[in-house]
Design a protein around this ligand. Structure first.
Ligand code: ARG
Ligand code: GLU
Length: 733
C-alpha cells in the first residue's frame, strides 16, 4: 500500500506540465504548443513573428555561426553579433605577437578594414517541415538497427535532394525524440564572413576560465562580424566585389534594459542534451566517465598552465586550446554536483519504478515494452567500459592531447595510399597537398616542450587509469626496453621523431618520390599513434557501435513509451543542433543556503575584481578611465552600468551567441553561459537554479561607443527604447 502510494505520488510529481523555463521548443510548433504560455508570461508577438516561411520573421535573423555557435543579425547591412568566445579562433588566427588582437582587441573603422576569414560560414534556416512518414517509409519493426538506418538514410537523401534541386540551398534531415519524428531543414550558407570588431580579451573574456560557468559574471562576451553576399544578395566565396548582405529580418537592439521577471526568449542552436535517458546513463556519467575525464584534464591543464605562465607567445598559441579543455572539465564537475544535489539517479529510478508498475498493469504494454528496463541495465553494464575507453582515447590523441601524435596520425591516409598495390598518383598528390596545407596551422600553435611533457603525463595516466582490457602493448615495450620508464621512452621519441620538424616534413611532402615517405611508418610518433589507434579501432569501436545501436533502439522505444505513460506532459525533444526557442524570465537564484544572487552585475564588479597581478582580472586602463570619469553615455541606468544578467531560459552548448530578446522581440542580450549550480540542465532541469547568462546589450553598446569609439556601427543598428528624455524620467518614477 505504502509503496503504491509513493509511486503514485512520484508519478504526479514527475509528470506535471513542463515548468516555465524548461524546454527547448521547435519554432514551427510554437503556435500549437507554447504560445499561450509565452503570452501569459508577457510575450507580445505571435508565433508567425518568430517563425514564418513566407513572411520575414525572427528566424531570418538567427544563424549558425561557424560550426558550433549561434549568431544574430543586427543591421540591414549584414552586421552580426555573436560571442567573443565563438569568434575566438578567427580573432586568434589574425593575431601574432605584433598584432595581438586577442590582447588589444580589433575594430575595423570602415568596411574596407574588415578582415575576411577563411573557413568561417554562417547558416540561415530557410524552412523546415515535418517529414516523419517519408523518412520512415519502408521501415519495419522486424528490421535490425542497421537495416533501419540504411532505409532512413536513403529516404533522407532523396528528400534532401528533392528539396534543394535547382537551388543553391543545402538541406538536412534530423531525428527528434530519439528517432520517433523527423524534420527536413532547408538552409542557406554564406561563406564570406568578415571580422568587424572584438573587444580585448580582458573585456571579451574577462574572468577567463576562473569565472567561466559562474555567477556573478562580468564578461563582455561579444564580437561583431559582417556577412557578405554577391550583387544578387546570394552567397558567394570571398571576393572584394562582394557587398554587405541584406537579411530579411534583423533584431532591433533595445537600450531599455531588463528588470526582474521580464519575459525573455532565447532563439538559437542548442547542441545536445539527454533529458530522457534512464538512470543507468546518469550513473555511467557521474560515477565513471566524468570522474576519469576530469582527472585526465586536471593533468592536461596543469601542463598547459605551466608553460603558458612562462612565455607570452605560448599563451597566445595555447589560449583557445586551454579554454576548450578547461570548459568541459569545469562543466563536468558542475554536472556531477548538480545531479547529486537533485538526487537525480534516485529520481530517475523512482520514475522507472513507476513506469514498470504502469507496464505491469496492462498486458499490451507488457508485450510491447516488457523487457525495456532490463535491456537497458544489461547494455549499460557493458557500455560503461566502452564509453570510457572511447572518450579516453579521444582525449589522449584529439582534444589537445598528444599533438605530435595526432599530426603523425594525420599522415595515415597518405601512407596507405602509397602502400596500395596500384598507387593512385592523383590521390597521392592531392593528399600531399592537403597535408602541406595543414602544417602552418599546426606549427603556428605548437610548443614542443609542452607537448613532450603532455605526452609523458598522458601516457603515465593511461597506464594507471584504464582497465586491463583497454591497455596498450606499448607499455610492454616500455617495460622491456626502457625499464618501465615512460619518461625515457617519451624523451627518445621526441628526439627521434620527424613530426616536430616542420621544414623536414615540408621537404618530404614536396619530394618527387613517394618512396621517401615510406620510412614515416617507422617513425616513433607514427608507430605509437598506430598502436593507440589499433586499440581504438579494434578493441573499442566495434563493440561501442554495437552497444550504441542497441541503446538507440531502446531509447526510441522508451521515448514512445514515456509519452504514453505521461500523456498530460508536454514533451520537448532533446537538443540536436537545430533551431529552438526557449523562454523564461529575468531572474536571480538562491545558490546555496543564505546565498541569494541578484539578477544583474555592473561595472562596479569589474573594478572590484580588478587586479593586474591576476591575468584573468587585469582591467584595461582605458576602461578604468571611463569608469573613473563615470563616462557611461546613455547606457547607465540609475547610476549603474549593467554588464551581464541572468534568466531562466533552458540553454546548452551551441546557444552561445544566441539572441536574447524581450517581449517585443528586441535584442536585450547575447547568451554566453550558464551558472554553475544549474549546468546539469542538459540531463535534468531545476527551475530553481538553472540560469543562462547573457551580456547586456547596454554594455555592448557602451563598449562599441565609448571604449572602441566605433560609434559609426551604432548608426546602422536600430536602437530602440532609449526613449525621449520625458520617457526616461517617467521610467525613473
Ligand atoms: N562556458 C561557456 C561555454 O560553454 C563559455 C566558454 C568559453 N570561455 C572560457 N573561459 N573557456 O561555451
Ligand atoms: N558557452 C556555451 C556555448 O558555447 C553556452 C553555455 C551553455 O552551455 O549553456 O555554447
Amino acid at each position: 500500500m505504502y509503496k503504491i502510494f509513493t509511486v503514485c505520488f512520484l508519478f504526479v510529481l514527475l509528470s506535471g506540465p513542463a515548468k516555465a523555463g524548461e524546454g527547448m521548443w521547435i519554432p514551427l510548433l510554437l503556435g500549437e504548443l507554447n504560445l499561450v504560455e509565452m503570452q501569459e508570461n508577457g510575450f507580445e508577438l505571435t508565433a508567425e513573428d518568430v517563425y514564418s516561411v513566407n513572411a520575414a520573421s525572427m528566424k531570418d535573423a538567427v544563424v549558425v555561426f561557424g560550426g558550433g555557435c549561434t549568431g544574430s543579425l543586427i543591421s540591414g547591412e549584414g552586421l552580426l553579433i555573436t560571442n567573443h568566445h565563438c569568434g575566438y579562433s578567427a580573432i586568434q588566427r589574425h593575431s601574432s605577437v605584433e598584432h595581438d588582437y586577442l590582447t588589444d582587441g580589433f575594430w575595423a573603422m570602415s568596411q574596407e578594414e574588415e578582415l575576411p576569414n577563411e573557413d568561417l560560414k554562417v547558416t540561415f534556416l530557410r524552412s523546415m517541415e515535418e517529414v516523419t512518414a517519408s523518412v520512415l517509409k519502408g521501415v519495419t519493426d522486424e528490421m535490425t538497427e542497421e537495416q533501419r538506418r540504411e532505409v532512413i538514410a536513403a529516404n533522407s537523401v532523396a528528400l534532401m535532394e528533392e528539396a534543394v534541386e535547382g537551388t543553391h540551398f543545402t538541406a538536412r534531415v534530423e531525428s527528434f525524440f530519439a528517432g520517433n519524428q523527423y524534420f527536413l531543414f532547408v538552409n542557406e550558407v554564406f561563406d564570406d564572413v568578415r571580422l568587424v570588431g572584438a573587444p580585448p580579451s580582458a573585456i571579451g573574456k574577462f574572468g577567463g576560465d576562473t569565472d567561466n560557468w559562474m555567477w556573478p559574471r562580468h564578461t563582455g562576451d561579444f564580437a561583431l562580424f559582417r556577412v557578405y553576399a554577391n550583387e544578387e544578395n546570394a552567397p558567394s566565396a570571398y571576393a572584394e566585389s562582394n557587398v554587405p548582405y541584406q537579411p530579411r529580418h534583423f533584431f532591433p537592439v533595445s537600450s531599455e534594459g531588463v528588470k526582474e521577471g521580464d519575459f525573455t526568449m532565447v532563439f538559437g542552436y542548442p547542441g545536445s542534451t539527454a533529458q530522457y535517458v534512464p538512470s543507468w546513463h546518469l550513473q555511467m556519467l557521474t560515477e565513471t566517465v566524468y570522474p576519469q575525464l576530469i582527472r585526465l584534464r586536471d593533468e592536461k591543464l596543469a601542463v598547459m598552465r605551466h608553460h603558458i605562465e612562462q612565455d607570452r607567445a605560448v599563451r597566445i598559441q595555447y589560449a583557445a586550446k586551454h579554454a576548450s579543455v578547461s570548459n568541459s572539465w569545469k562543466r563536468w564537475r558542475g554536472e556531477i554536483r548538480g545531479l547529486e544535489i537533485l538526487d537525480a539517479v534516485n529520481k530517475k529510478q523512482a520514475q522507472e519504478a513507476a513506469f514498470l508498475q504502469w507496464l505491469e498493469a496492462d498486458a499490451e504494454r507488457q508485450s510491447a515494452y516488457g523487457s525495456l528496463l532490463e535491456d537497458y541495465a544489461e547494455v549499460y553494464a557493458r557500455m560503461e567500459t566502452m564509453q570510457l575507453g572511447r572518450d579516453y582515447l579521444l582525449e589522449l590523441i584529439g582534444r589537445t592531447g598528444m599533438e605530435t601524435l595526432r599530426l603523425a596520425g594525420s599522415f595515415s591516409t597518405l601512407l596507405n595510399l602509397i602502400d596500395a598495390k596500384e598507387p593512385d598518383k592523383a590521390a597521392i598528390k592531392e593528399e600531399r597537398e592537403r597535408l602541406l596545407g595543414t602544417l602552418d596551422g599546426h606549427f603556428k600553435d605548437f610548443h614542443q616542450a609542452l607537448d613532450e611533457e603532455m605526452t609523458k603525463v598522458l601516457l603515465t595516466r593511461m597506464r594507471k587509469d584504464l582497465p586491463q582490457e583497454l591497455q596498450s602493448d606499448v607499455f610492454v615495450h616500455i617495460d622491456k626496453k626502457y625499464d618501465g620508464e615512460v619518461a625515457a621512452f617519451v624523451a627518445e621519441l621526441f628526439h627521434e621523431t620527424v613530426f616536430t620538424d616542420k621544414a623536414a616534413l615540408v621537404a618530404l611532402l614536396q619530394s618527387v618520390s613517394a618512396k621517401k615517405l615510406q620510412p614515416l611508418r617507422k617513425d616513433p610518433s607514427y608507430s605509437l599513434y598506430a598502436r593507440l589507434s589499433k586499440i581504438y579501432h579494434d578493441q573499442i569501436l566495434p563493440e561501442y557501435s554495437r552497444l550504441s545501436a542497441g541503446i538507440d533502439s531502446l531509447d526510441r522505444q522508451y521515448m514512445r513509451a514515456l509519452q504514453a505513460f505521461e500523456p498530460e506532459r508536454r514533451f520537448y525533444p532533446d537538443a540536436n543542433f537545430t533551431l529552438r526557442v526557449s523562454y523564461g524570465q529575468v531572474r536571480g537564484y538562491e545558490a546555496r543556503d543564505a546565498v541569494e544572487f541578484r539578477y544583474y552585475t555592473t561595472i562596479d564588479g569589474i573594478m572590484e575584481k580588478n587586479n593586474p597581478e591576476i591575468y584573468d582580472y587585469d582591467v584595461p586602463a582605458q576602461l578604468q578611465d571611463l569608469y573613473a570619469r563615470g563616462d557611461f553615455g546613455d547606457y547607465a541606468r540609475e547610476g549603474y552600468l549593467p554588464v551581464c544578467f541572468l534568466a531562466s531560459n533552458h540553454t546548452t552548448g551551441g546557444n552561445s551567441g544566441s539572441p536574447v530578446v524581450n517581449s517585443r522581440g528586441h535584442l536585450i542580450g547575447v547568451n554566453f553561459d550558464r551558472a554553475w549550480e544549474g549546468v546539469m540542465s542538459d540531463l535534468m532541469f531545476n527551475p530553481e537554479q538553472c540560469r543562462n547568462i547573457s551580456v547586456d546589450m547596454r554594455y555592448v553598446l557602451f563598449i562599441i561607443d565609448k571604449f572602441a569609439q566605433a560609434d559609426y556601427l551604432l548608426d546602422e543598428m536600430e536602437i530602440v527604447g532609449s526613449g525621449t528624455l520625458e520617457e526616461k524620467e517617467a521610467a525613473l518614477l
